[in-house]
Design a protein around this ligand. Structure first.
Ligand code: UDP
Length: 328
């Protein structure tokens, strides 16, 4: 038995690999290294540099390694980029995912864990969203992921495939033991950008829009610590192997922070008052998106352990310092 982790050299995937190894699993990583890093994959783990949409390659991997579960992390994930390059997103996130699911069906891999996103909900207002909230994504990114959710649901009806879809809210922070973190080049995500500004690696930070219908006018998001998020995948794997039915769950803390609040926490934790500029809204951004997380707790037994924005920011800062060899 082995788990195939697509995107295992990336930010979230590399944390997943560590937790799988900690759980005693055999892991095979498939990553094209377009945004991931060879060095993010621990020694001793098989890393195949390749395309998860390549059916012949994935078929070979499944057969060679006795894979019984696929955790599919590899994707393009930048909302504004999806607005300017929708077809790139539909190819990578949707069309290639179809190939991966087809290989799972053809080779008899029965367990599939899919990284989806809160962006499938679209503009929902400031009330926390449950999984049965109507889906109305406002970006090609959200739609590219939602189509995969639909493919999985249809495939599970027609074939012997069971899946867990995890809808990620805003993932942040780093492995508390310092073994992994977010190394993405040209990162656009708020906490990463803010810690880079605090460390002087960017001139400052732009807040995209302060005229949203939220308490302070900036967007509200639910920031989930990366190891807590990965824990939900480990729970999902156990659930699927125990015969669990297809399931779609939100992954978030059910708490919203505004962009301004996040920036203030980064300033407090870093002790640096970096420059902040107000800018126009960014295309594709919903005003607010906060999770209800009853389902993941009840059905997968998920119990978060790192629900603390200050600690999340401290982890992100520690990793950023380490990336640049400035650890004291
Ligand atoms: N954001 C910002 N400045 C930045 C990066 C992000 O104001 O440099 C805002 C962004 O407009 C959104 C929130 O922070 O309202 C979270 O954005 P991020 O890109 O981190 O994640 P997303 O919610 O788009 O997945």
């Amino acid at each position: 038995m082995a788990v195939l982790v697509t995107g295992g050299a990336g930010y979230i995937g590399s944390h997943m690999v560590l937790d799988l190894l900690d759980a005693g699993e055999t892991v095979v990583v498939l990553d094209d290294l377009s945004t991931g890093f060879r060095g993010a994959v621990p020694a001793g783990v098989t890393l195949i540099e390749g395309d998860f949409g390549d059916e012949a390659l994935v078929t070979r991997l499944v057969e060679q390694h006795g894979i019984d579960a696929i955790a599919h992390f590899a994707a393009k994930i930048v909302v504004p980029e999806s607005v300017s390059d929708p077809l790139g997103y539909y190819l990578n996130n949707t069309a290639k995912a179809r190939n991966l699911i087809a290989v799972a069906v053809a080779t008899g891999v029965r367990h599939f864990i899919f990284s989806s996103t809160a962006a499938v909900y679209g503009n929902v207002g400031s009330d926390a969203v449950s999984e049965d909230t109507p889906l109305a994504p406002v970006s090609p990114y959200g739609r590219s992921k939602l189509m995969v959710e639909w493919m999985l649901a249809d495939t599970a009806v027609a074939h012997d495939l069971r899946y867990v879809v995890l809808r990620y809210f805003n993932v942040a922070g780093a492995d508390p033991q310092g073994r992994a973190g977010q190394s993405t080049r040209d990162a656009t995500h708020l906490i990463k950008v803010a810690v880079q500004a605090a460390l002087g690696r960017r001139a400052g930070l732009n807040i995209f829009g302060n005229d949203y219908p939220t308490p302070d006018g900036t967007c509200l998001r639910d920031y989930i610590q990366v190891s807590d998020l990965v824990r939900a995948h480990i729970d999902a794997l156990r659930y699927l192997r125990a015969g669990g039915e297809p399931l779609t769950c939100n992954c978030g803390y059910a708490k919203g922070f505004s962009v301004r609040e996040v920036v203030d926490v980064v300033k407090t934790v870093s002790g640096v008052d970096f420059p902040v500029t107000m800018s126009p809204r960014r295309p594709g951004d919903p005003a607010a998106i906060v999770a209800r997380n009853d389902l993941v707790r009840e059905r997968l037994g998920w119990q978060p352990q790192h629900d603390d924005l200050h600690a999340i920011v401290a982890q992100a800062l520690a990793w950023e310092r380490r990336l640049h060899n400035q650890e004291p």
